[in-house]
Design a protein around this ligand. Structure first.
Ligand SMILES: Nc1ncnc2c1ncn2[C@@H]1O[C@H](COP(=O)(O)OP(=O)(O)OP(=O)(O)O)[C@@H](O)[C@H]1O
Ligand SMILES: [Mg+2]
Length: 257
């Protein structure tokens, strides 16, 4: 996993992001600010239609904002041309979706290796890296299976391996456990927890409180805005005031009624 950072700032900085879809006009994002530190695991929650997927797509460079900026590992991405954006996306972004989007006629290993090939890694190195990743995710014995022969949890682990194969700065996941049974959810949640412990920066959309509980911080959206940045209490400056002197009397004994 990533242990050194190419710059000292946050992994992701979003400022004033706005996105309106036309006909009928939907103001999906109405000025979103978000910072994600290197190594941080942030869960993004909020009602359906609040703009979570739209935000993830803009961070991933799959869509363009009408206003505002996105900075990945210190580089502005919102104003890049499409070729430069594609390069930056391959280098800095790993994407995981609810419905896996694996290629059915390729094996697990080939699905993962393909993402490395597309990024310009030589075939032998791509296959080796894909094999190592599947091994570390407990899928070595399933590496030659096609997605159709895998459980939902296994498919999502393959999709996560694919997202990680180019060692992205940020792993983005949009409801990665949304289509899984409870066993699959637990499998995938364990994996995100482990990746986080190894230093992977993660921004993950979820409706599941069990999944959000694994994150360092829960950011909440509503109506296209962040309504709660969920800063952990430990970040607040600790004010050590002298304790007031309070006479503590024992509570009066209750009389049985
Ligand atoms: N390509 C699009 N064209 C038009 N409207 C869109 C498009 N994508 C999203 N929207 C609208 O933007 C709003 C935000 O959608 P978004 O998909 O970001 O919500 P979400 O928070 O991910 O919801 P969910 O929890 O249901 O996935 C919704 O009203 C949606 O209908
Ligand atoms: Mg969504």
């Amino acid at each position: 996993m990533r242990t050194t950072h190419e710059h000292d700032g946050p992994a992701l900085v979003v400022r004033g992001l706005r996105r309106t879809f036309p006909a009928p006009e939907v103001r999906a994002l109405r000025g979103v600010d978000l910072d994600v530190a290197h190594g941080e695991f942030v869960a993004l929650m909020g009602p359906s239609g609040s703009g979570k997927s739209t935000l993830l797509h803009l961070v991933a460079g799959l869509d363009r904002p009408d206003e505002g900026t996105v900075e990945l590992a210190g580089t502005r991405t919102d104003d890049l041309g499409s070729a430069a954006l594609a390069r930056l996306r391959r280098r800095h972004i790993g994407l995981v979706f609810q419905f896996f989007h694996l290629i059915d006629h390729l094996s697990a290993l080939e699905n993962v290796a393909l993402a490395a090939l597309v990024a310009g890694v030589k075939p032998a190195a791509a296959t080796a890296r894909a094999g190592e990743l599947l091994d570390s995710l407990g899928l070595l014995d399933r590496q030659n299976a096609r997605p159709g022969a895998l459980s939902g949890g296994q498919r999502q682990r393959v999709a996560i391996a694919r997202a990680l194969v180019n060692r992205p700065t940020v792993l983005l996941a949009d409801e990665p456990t949304g289509a899984l049974d409870s066993e699959g959810q637990a499998e995938v949640l364990d994996l995100f927890t482990r990746l986080h412990a190894e230093g992977q920066t993660i921004l993950l959309v979820t409706h599941a409180s069990e999944v959000a509980a694994a994150a360092d911080r829960v950011v909440r959206m509503r109506d296209g805005q962040v309504v709660d940045h969920g800063r952990p209490a430990a970040v607040e400056p600790l004010v050590v005031a002298p304790a007031p002197v309070v006479a503590v009397r024992p509570a009066p004994a209750r009389t049985a009624s």
